[in-house]
Design a protein around this ligand. Sequence first.
Ligand code: NAD
Length: 447
Amino acid sequence: MKGKNLKKGRDIPPPKGKLGILISGIGGAVSTTFIAGVELVRRGLAEPVGSLTQLGTIRLGKRFEHRSPKIKDFVPLADLNDLVFGGWDIYEANCFEAALYARVLNREHLDPVRDFLSEIRPMKAVFDRRFVKNLDGTYIKSGSGLRGKVNELKADIAEFKARNSLDRCVMIWCGSTEVHLKPLEIHRSVESLQKAIDENDPSIPPSMLYALAALESGVPFINGAPNLTLDVPAMVDLADSMGVPVTGKDFKTGQTLMKTILAPGLKSRMLGLEGWYSTNILGNRDGLVLDDPESFKTKEESKLSVLEYLLQPHLYPVLYKNYYHKVTINYYPPRGDNKEGWDAIDIFGWLGYPMQIKVDFLCRDSILAAPLVLDLVLFMDLAQRVGMSGIQEWLSFYFKNPMVKENLYPEHDLSIQSMKLKNTLRYLMGEEQITHFGLDYYMEESS
Ligand SMILES: NC(=O)c1ccc[n+]([C@@H]2O[C@H](COP(=O)([O-])OP(=O)(O)OC[C@H]3O[C@@H](n4cnc5c(N)ncnc54)[C@H](O)[C@@H]3O)[C@@H](O)[C@H]2O)c1
């Protein structure tokens, strides 16, 4: 985030006009659950449960002031009625058909918004099966060369904006998890990345082309998957130079959400960890994609890194030096989007006596992810209006593997992430930041 040009409080341009939400993977489970949900909320047919921007409050000032407005009344966020949806998918189905296929929402929730969803049709995707091996969609752009594809995506963005008379856009990747990729020399600078695109470098995945098209169009980009996409110096530098915010990666929803709630609690009590065994069964299209070992490796890396950062074994060798951490995902079609995540956690206490914790989270992946998509698009639009460019670390609250500047480590503790997010909002609106400093009481008494 660049500090020098930040607008604060009254200087933040209001969210006038319509905000376009461009989604890569618009026919997926998360995307259709998000879009249908927003429309149901707009029509007064459902509540936006899980959304901090819609339901959350923020405490301001000293505790005796009793000021806790809703976040959406405190910061100038776009109104839900001003959101317009569009995007790309490799399957031609409209969003109603795609939502039926996803089997997340039942007819009770889909039928009332059937007309609305049926009218949202995907644009042809940029796709390359080498990067998502288990899908074989055919609704794909035929344009030649990587540069040609970036230009086609940019033309789509411009056309979507003009057709819907939009004031601003935000792009979010809700597409599939791509195979595991490591940063290469071509990702070191904007120039080397652009050159590689001109030369049709075969190591560049579609997600990077979407990100490039967004950034070059001045559109903030959010990465909801664990894909490398933005997490290379070239993309971050480009975002900075274009004055565009970026954030990612991998929505923090089921098992990892639980991990980042539980592990900090164990650590604050100085309880040791011997092992954490996590396994999942998942039967949706995401599960099918992750059944390919190369896509799973991308996800595995994202899921595994969490404990290491949270527990800091280098600072607490007695407690965390040699713990065993294992994560698996098994594709099991009968469960569809209703994932079951088991955790068997072996901990130890005073004098090393062992104890066990078992978690069996019968969750719904897309139900947990949809409100995160809503919050992220609204906060990223705010960040753009404020003038915050580059990596938005204050949004790490939403990610399994939050992006950070080179040489920094990510914060994973959900409560610290929440504090970071709210303090950023307080700062932007010219309010005092809340530190939970222990002597507050005495200071309140004397102030
Ligand atoms: N649901 C969760 O809780 C959760 C949590 C963290 C991350 N994610 C990630 O979010 C993404 C979406 O999850 P989902 O459950 O909706 O999966 P999904 O398989 O239902 O949806 C992904 C969609 O992306 C489309 N797609 C693939 N490649 C594309 C491309 N190049 N361009 C355009 N569209 C493309 C697919 O056709 C599909 O419709 C996945 O990467 C998943 O790993 C989901």
